[in-house]
Design a protein around this ligand. Structure first.
Ligand code: SAM
Length: 319
């Protein structure tokens, strides 16, 4: 959430900045957890497609507790990084993009579809995970069928990760784009998990096709505990469903609370208008003069590798 973005956007965007979350998506995971208790008794978790890191912040806070400093939502037990130095990290975050550090979270830069990334996650974790979450999204093209297909491929890659690192009985949460194939995805999930819901948290805009599959009680396919890090054939076979049905759909979050599609008046301190036109008259209407100006909030976390820096470097190299 950079400075160029309009602060006037929806209420979750604004609240995320006020409360120190790196992205408004934090509220989606918080609402999913409140509804389904997915982080209850969870000790080890893998956060796939994690940058800029608001879900990792939520995981850090809910698994490790709030940071002792006044650093807002920045993370969990700062300094102790989830216990003694000899202890392995309990939260591993993976993304193509680099991520600024979060207390108690080990970040891996890599592609979740690449088996070597998965090997790195397994090595770091050292034990099976209780939960895998994936908020992955490809760069959308606007061609809905294509976008839905690419998104589904990310979910399949995330399922491959589950097959390798998730313990039996564990939980999986992933972003999906709703479309004609949603029923198929639900059926595929039901082969691997005992309890599967499609959920729409209140913080997810109603106008967006995104939803979240919440799959609990993992039942791994027979050969998924082998050492081979390729996505295994039994998993692929398990996903070959011929007659999909409709998935049960749950709306969650406080349904009478903030609506992510609306704009709300900001609660901002009164501030006297000062601007004048060239004749020295106020350049605003009396109504505009009475309206308080919103205070622009700085981003919670500056981008780690913004594309504009690479563009500037290229331009400088030309001169
Ligand atoms: N959950 C994050 C948060 O709360 O800050 C936001 C995730 S953002 C919507 C989607 C992320 O998916 C992007 O950072 C992108 O780099 C990542 N991504 C997309 N494809 C990926 C892939 N194949 N491997 C790893 N990360 C990927």
């Amino acid at each position: 959430m950079g400075r160029a973005s309009k602060d006037k956007r929806d209420v979750y965007y604004r609240r995320a900045k006020e409360e120190g979350w790196r992205a408004r998506s934090a509220y989606k995971l918080l609402q999913l957890d409140d509804e389904f208790g997915i982080l209850h008794n969870v000790e080890r978790v893998v956060d796939l497609c994690a940058a800029p890191g608001s879900w990792s912040q939520v995981l850090s806070r809910r698994l490790l507790g709030p940071a002792p400093s006044a650093s807002g939502a920045q993370g969990g037990v700062a300094g102790s990084a989830a216990g003694a130095a000899s202890e392995r990290p309990r939260i591993v975050a993976v993304d193509l993009q680099p991520m600024a550090p979060i207390a108690g979270v080990k970040c891996v830069q890599g592609d979740i579809t690449d088996p070597t990334t998965l090997d790195a996650v397994k090595d770091i974790l050292g034990a099976q995970a209780d939960a895998v979450v994936c908020d992955g999204a490809p760069d959308v093209t606007g061609l809905h069928d294509f976008d839905e297909y690419v998104q589904a491929q990310l979910v399949v890659a995330a399922l491959g990760v589950c097959a390798r690192v998730l313990r039996p009985g564990g939980c999986f949460v992933a972003k999906v784009f709703r479309g004609p194939e949603s029923g198929l995805l639900w059926e595929q999930m039901r082969v691997l998990f005992h309890d599967v819901h499609l959920a729409k948290p209140r913080a997810s805009r109603g106008s967006s096709v995104e939803a979240f599959v919440v799959a609990r009680d993992f039942r791994p396919p027979p050969s998924s505990s082998s050492g081979d890090s390729r996505v295994n054939d039994p998993l692929i076979d398990a996903l070959a469903i011929e007659q999909p049905r409709a998935a049960p759909f749950v709306a969650c979050g406080d349904l009478s609370g903030w609506d992510a599609d609306r704009s709300y008046d900001l609660e901002v301190p009164e501030q006297a208008p000062t601007s004048m036109d060239e004749d020295g008259d106020p350049s605003q209407t009396p109504d505009e003069m009475r309206r308080p100006k919103p205070v622009v909030l700085a981003p919670v976390q500056e981008p780690t590798a913004p594309a504009y820096l690479a563009a500037l470097a290229r331009r400088r190299a030309k001169h």
